[in-house]
Design a protein around this ligand. Sequence first.
Ligand SMILES: NC(=O)c1ccc[n+]([C@@H]2O[C@H](COP(=O)([O-])OP(=O)(O)OC[C@H]3O[C@@H](n4cnc5c(N)ncnc54)[C@H](O)[C@@H]3O)[C@@H](O)[C@H]2O)c1
Length: 367
Amino acid sequence: MNTIINAGRHDIVVTNDFGSIINDMLHHKDAGNRSIFVIADEHTQLHCLPLLSGFLPATFHLIVIKPGEINKNLQTCQAVWEQLLEKGADRNALVINLGGGMVTDLGGFVAATYKRGIHFVNIPTSLLGMVDASCGGKTGVDLNHYKNMIGLFSFPEKVIVDPVFLKTLPDNEWKNGVAEIIKHGLIADTQILEVLKNEIKNNRSDNLTISLKEIIVDMIEKAIQVKAAIVEKDPFEKNERMFLNLGHTVGHALETLSLSQDEIALSHGEAIATGMICELHLSMKLSGFPHDDLSTISSIISDFFPLRKIRDAAFQELIHIIKADKKSSDGAINCVLLRKVGEPVIFKNISADLLLESFHFYNSVQK
Ligand SMILES: NC(=O)c1ccc[n+]([C@@H]2O[C@H](COP(=O)([O-])OP(=O)(O)OC[C@H]3O[C@@H](n4cnc5c(N)ncnc54)[C@H](O)[C@@H]3O)[C@@H](O)[C@H]2O)c1
């Protein structure tokens, strides 16, 4: 069964048979004779390309990049642009990005800028890539340690989401995706949160049970629908799309700091999970979010993610990074808060003191 989700400027096909979608796409009467370039990272080359390659013409070209956020930068783009040129990619070429959000963000950016833009298709292979990065046309790379500083909106020809690729995804990467599913639940779908709440309570070990994974897979479509409905209304993030930044004002700052300082950097999911707890605390202080919900949701998130405390010495640096973030304007701190689950609101000019209070609250709920 295929479900087609309209994300405004592009569709997302959720399927259990990605091969037939690829077949239809490549053999469509308007497809012409275009050369195919697959961009994968070293992990998705190993685990996901074998599933895909049989559906591609034998002449397809492969470009492999190093994995991880640390390689989501302009140097990697340059290497990919050079390979596209050397392998003869013309303006008709099609890029297939096969990987998590790092590959689809970078591959989309490379395709959107090569020869002023060639077509690309995304096949997300991580949970986060499926429920979040798949949707809405944001492409780009990091600049030094600043996340997603360089990039543009550019819409894929198609996005194909097939959970079959998740079979090889490590558990910690599943957790990164769950952070975004929780976020989608918090901003727009109380049902997602109810189901996850109960399941997570029963699954406190580091390894996820098969039954939890099945429940998570069942939620992929719903989680994409939440984001798709928002980006369809506001493709260029002027209004509602900002709601998707819940947890990300603090989360991105933590990620930036951790990438520059920590031997083992925080994952995106850990950073967003931490950010959500801080921002729910701000919501309790500023927008009437119920105290009981703050306690319940914070303890569920803290149980599910092995979260680290924020070092006191990092507090001021985090405030500095938050003020420099794309989401702030003229040094004023803006943030998405909740009035209650399912009711987000954008708050402007949040004081640094309140943010500091939220960091203390977050630390107080970590063991
Ligand atoms: N464009 C957007 O709207 C958007 C939204 C959210 C996040 N993002 C971006 O997405 C990135 C994070 O995405 P991510 O968590 O998918 O990161 P990622 O692409 O780095 O993938 C995480 C790890 O999982 C591996 N992996 C992926 N699929 C696998 C599979 N099927 N089997 C085995 N290993 C696999 C990758 O090689 C990598 O090591 C960040 O760069 C973030 O900025 C973009």
